[in-house]
Design a protein around this ligand. Structure first.
Ligand SMILES: Cc1cc2nc3c(=O)[nH]c(=O)nc-3n(C[C@H](O)[C@H](O)[C@H](O)COP(=O)(O)OP(=O)(O)OC[C@H]3O[C@@H](n4cnc5c(N)ncnc54)[C@H](O)[C@@H]3O)c2cc1C
Length: 462
């Protein structure tokens, strides 16, 4: 058996975060017809934050949320759980997509993060939050320019950031791959995402939100002044509907024009012993992203496991539940990257392997699709960067639904849509070629680099 397969031999294919006795009993499913002032479809972070914000803004509003499966069993119970301030997938991406609005987006990101934190603290949600910062590490000397660029931007926008050279970076987190880093020390860190979602669910219920799990939306009827959301055993009539369905919306003929449903893979190790931890350093326990084009991200859990993620895959027709991701062999390559990153941990085994859906958009950031004459809004497109941004997406989605106006809602991020993505079979061919190229572009270059540059020129951020 190979080293990777041996390390994966006892792993359960299920998210470590959800494999927890703290998981709440599910709410019953919807039976019969009901009315509401606001209906929410989807019980991940976007749906939960929409419900909470709607109640906080107007406690008298009657809010119903339906979830196809269980709360947080979509992306929200599966991420790395690295907490970031930006609402646009990082400063470099924000500067790429909305350069003239950068200052406003930075202000909104800081306000959003502070509101996110305040709700967690005010309602006593125990989500293993650690305000340890996030570190972008260069895994190749050629990537140090990217660190310089991010550092200049972050400093100019008032972030508390430190630039580290090779030795300083490896003193923080001991990987021979790490060549330098930027450590952003404020408003960022790590969270247990499932405990957060379960806490938000509790808050929503306490505020009077009606939640129905195992209740997939099967259709929508437009009745003029209201929409009716159809489910297997019931229906909800509401004048406003927020669709918080993340990558599943890639099955929708209109929404899918702007997003691709990709899968991202993650591994969790067994808890490290003190001796194993001492081989790593990592005393400050930062969340870590690397600069590889097919990036890896990693962090520690409260019980000192390493979470290590990041091998994106695409399946024909935007599949959100591919058979391949239920086979352990699919996680082989990611395990290989783990050992390349931390070769001193050859004796460590994985306990969990899983994948999750990502709603990739050309902007790599949340956008808002309006339907049914403005009675329905789909909020998504976070592109794998939504642990805190989903609260922002929920708030803006609600503003749009409620017809609010103001300078922030006039900005391009709220008014405009990302560029469309080609349909099948071009989507599949393009995605496959790109992912194949990305796997080794940094090491091998050649045609891979030419292809990645071409895709980049077409407007897809890589
Ligand atoms: C592997 C992975 C790693 C990630 N790591 C990070 C990270 O470290 N930091 C970060 O900021 N972000 C990260 N993200 C992104 C972040 O997790 C997501 O952006 C965020 O959770 C999206 O929340 P959501 O509520 O929009 O979607 P989801 O949590 O996916 O919720 C959508 C819900 O809609 C439900 N639904 C779908 N169709 C229907 C229907 N017809 N009827 C009713 N319900 C329906 C689904 O069942 C699902 O529960 C990661 C994502 C993945 C997958």
């Amino acid at each position: 058996m190979t080293r990777n397969r041996k390390a994966l031999a006892d792993a359960t294919i299920y998210p470590f975060w959800l494999d927890n006795p703290a998981a709440p009993e599910t709410c019953g499913h919807l039976i019969g017809a009901t009315d509401a002032d606001l209906a929410i479809v989807g019980g991940g972070f976007t749906g939960l934050w929409t419900a909470i914000l709607a109640k906080q803004r107007n406690p008298g509003r009657d809010v119903v949320l339906i979830e196809a499966g269980k709360i947080a069993h979509g992306a929200s119970g599966r991420p790395g759980g690295i907490v970031s301030t930006s609402v646009m997938h990082g400063l470099i991406n924000a500067a790429r997509v909305f350069p003239k609005d950068l200052a406003a987006l930075e202000r909104m990101g800081k306000d959003n993060l502070d509101g996110w934190r305040k709700t967690i603290e005010d309602y006593g949600i125990d989500a293993d939050l650690e305000w340890t910062g996030e570190m972008t590490v260069a895994v190749d000397k050629r990537h140090l320019a990217e660190i310089d660029e991010e550092y200049a931007l972050a400093s100019a926008h008032g972030h508390t950031v430190v630039k580290l050279n090779r030795e300083e970076t490896q003193a923080e987190v001991n990987s021979p791959l790490y060549q330098g880093a930027m450590w952003s020390r404020e408003r960022s860190g790590t969270v247990h995402p499932a405990k957060l979602a379960w806490g938000l669910r509790r808050v929503a219920l306490e505020l009077g939100v009606r939640i129905y799990e195992h209740t997939p939306m099967t259709g929508v009827e437009d009745n003029g002044g209201t929409l009716t959301i159809l489910t297997h055993d019931g229906r909800i009539k509401a004048p406003r509907v927020l669709f918080a369905t993340n990558a599943w919306a890639a099955g929708h003929p209109h929404i899918r024009r702007r997003i691709v449903a990709v899968r991202d893979r993650v591994l969790a190790t067994e808890p490290l012993t003190d001796e194993q931890l001492s081989r790593l350093g990592w005393k400050h326990r930062q969340g870590v992203y690397d600069t590889r084009t097919q990036l890896n991200y990693t962090r520690l859990t409260r019980d000192n496991r390493i979470i290590f993620g990041g091998r994106v895959g695409y399946y024909f027709n935007d599949q959100t539940d591919p058979e391949a991701d239920r086979r352990i062999g699919t996680y082989d390559q990611l395990a290989g990257y783990f050992f390349k990153t931390f070769p001193q941990l050859e004796d460590v085994r994985f306990t969990h392997a899983w994948s999750g859906p990502i709603d990739l958009s050309m902007r790599l950031a949340v956008h808002f699709q309006r339907y049914y004459g403005g009675k329905g809004v789909w909020a998504g497109g976070y592109s794998g960067f939504g642990v805190t941004t989903t609260r922002f997406g929920a708030g803006i989605g609600l503003d749009i639904l409620d017809g609010h106006e103001g300078p922030d809602l006039d900005l391009d991020f709220a008014r405009t849509l990302p560029r469309p993505i080609p349909p099948e079979p071009l989507r599949w061919i393009g995605a496959k070629l790109t992912m194949y190229a990305l796997d080794e572009v940094d090491e091998k270059g050649g045609w891979r680099k030419a292809w990645v540059n071409l895709v980049h020129k077409m407007g897809f951020p890589l």
